[in-house]
Design a protein around this ligand. Structure first.
Ligand SMILES: Nc1ncnc2c1ncn2[C@@H]1O[C@H](COP(=O)(O)OP(=O)(O)OP(=O)(O)O)[C@@H](O)[C@H]1O
Ligand SMILES: [Mg+2]
Length: 412
């Protein structure tokens, strides 16, 4: 198995680390050959707070995926999340100089630099510079201006940055687990590749990934990422509310949430009550399922109220007829999509990976959206940072990515 034929996605989440190993087959299709998860220790709200513990969790997840794949891995694409992530839209403008008015690679680099100027500060690490469009002599909507004629080149970009310290800790963690980092990718940007269709991105849609410690938001307008944000809330808050309301432990509350939790009362269910172990673990008491809904529904509504605040802040509220797509482990909560519709007043659906290979049953879980999305991200075309990095790589790798692009076309 050649090195270039393996591609790995590694997502360090608040509750689990997930490693996915894909193999590029002779038919140019990616086959997922290994998936390994491990409980995430030393991670809070998507951010590493204990390096040693986090390294052990990453190692365990990698070992589990390697065991399933029967292959060793030495590098991976890594996702990043956390409320330290900031994003902004910016614009650069340059005059095309030189004898002929043909736009060169150097001009494109210069206009991107101009768009980045003043945005990146010393305490911020640049994670992505995503092109939204190029404008040549007033002509907008250009995806790639290379070779075009013009005298004035403008570029609209979406820039994503993160805290340098937090990014460095993630790098230390992954490298500490013996893995070379191919690239660090914003989690929801990765998820969007596995979940949103190109049509949804073109039409205007919002992806909301609700994990355990974070809720990540990404708004796509005219095919490109136009707004992103990470809120420090998620399924853990729902579990905490249940633990308090039911006077039980966090572990018991988590089990109750997974097995019986809902945002709507199931009126056809024959069982109306649930048995709960009290905090000391010895006594038991019962509560009605209606009571669970009374605890869960307000918290879920609150999470979407926070999403609505971001959506209003973005200025794109009226520009997402494609609606809202909810993913992440917490999207498994029954009735969550209906709550999103009520609070956001937009059409909403649930989304998870839709892989069709042998491990589909295992892989197509919304809590794996980011890890699976990392594999598809290898095909990202509109990431300027990425395309330049790829073009600087050795030819073998460039061919490799070219082949993946053809796989993606078949896959989606
Ligand atoms: N069936 C279910 N019903 C309700 N909640 C669920 C269900 N299954 C998982 N969850 C919740 O999903 C959350 C975990 O989601 P996920 O695996 O996407 O998180 P993560 O990626 O580790 O965290 P984050 O993205 O916040 O860093 C937990 O809070 C868990 O309780
Ligand atoms: Mg996650």
């Amino acid at each position: 198995m050649g090195k270039d034929e393996i591609i790995v996605g590694l997502d360090v989440g608040t509750v689990k680390v997930c490693t996915v190993i894909g193999e590029l087959g002779e038919d140019d299709q990616i086959e997922i050959i290994g998936i390994g998860t491990a409980p995430s220790l030393g991670v809070k709200k998507g951010v590493i707070i204990d390096l040693d513990q986090a390294i052990q969790s990453v190692k365990q997840s990698i070992e589990n995926s390697e065991r399933m794949a029967g292959a060793r891995i030495n590098s991976a694409l890594i996702s990043i999340t956390g409320s330290h992530i900031a994003s902004t839209n910016s614009k650069g403008v340059i005059a095309i100089s030189g004898e002929s008015p043909e736009i060169t690679e150097r001009d494109i680099e210069k206009v991107i630099e101009a768009a980045k100027a003043g945005i990146v500060s010393p305490e911020k690490e640049l994670i992505h510079t995503l092109s939204r469009e190029f404008i040549v002599d007033g002509q907008s909507g250009i995806v790639d201006p290379l070779g075009m004629s013009g005298t004035r080149l403008e570029c609209k970009v979406h820039i994503i940055t993160g805290s340098i310290t937090i990014v460095q800790n993630l790098i230390r963690c992954i490298e500490g687990a013996g893995i070379d980092i191919e690239e660090i990718i914003f989690g929801t940007l990765a998820s969007s590749n596995a979940i949103l269709s190109n049509a949804e991105k073109e039409l205007g849609s919002m992806l909301v990934d609700i994990g355990a410690g974070t809720t990540e938001i990404a708004i796509f307008i005219e095919g490109g990422l136009a707004y992103s944000a990470v809120l420090p809330v998620g399924g853990n808050q729902i579990t905490n509310d249940l633990a308090i309301g039911l006077r039980t432990s966090i572990d018991e509350a988590e089990k109750i949430k997974i097995n019986y939790g809902s945002t709507v009362e199931n009126i056809v269910s024959p069982e109306r009550v649930v048995e709960i172990s009290s905090i000391n673990g010895k006594d038991k008491h019962t509560v009605s399922k209606k009571y669970l809904v009374e605890i869960i529904e307000p918290r879920v509504s609150e999470i979407f109220s926070l999403v609505r605040v971001e959506l209003k802040k973005s200025g794109y509220y009226d520009m997402i007829p494609g609606g809202v797509v909810i993913t992440g482990g917490s999207s498994l909560l029954p009735g969550i999509s209906e709550i999103a519709e009520q609070v956001l007043n937009l059409p909403s659906r649930l989304g998870g990976p839709h892989y069709e290979g042998e491990l589909a049953d295992m892989v197509n879980d919304p809590s794996y959206s980011a890890a699976i999305g990392l594999l598809s991200y290898a095909t990202e075309k509109y990431s300027i940072g990425r395309s330049y990095k790829i073009s600087k790589r050795k030819t073998g790798l460039r061919n490799f990515f070219g082949r993946i692009i053809s796989w993606l076309k078949d896959f989606f």
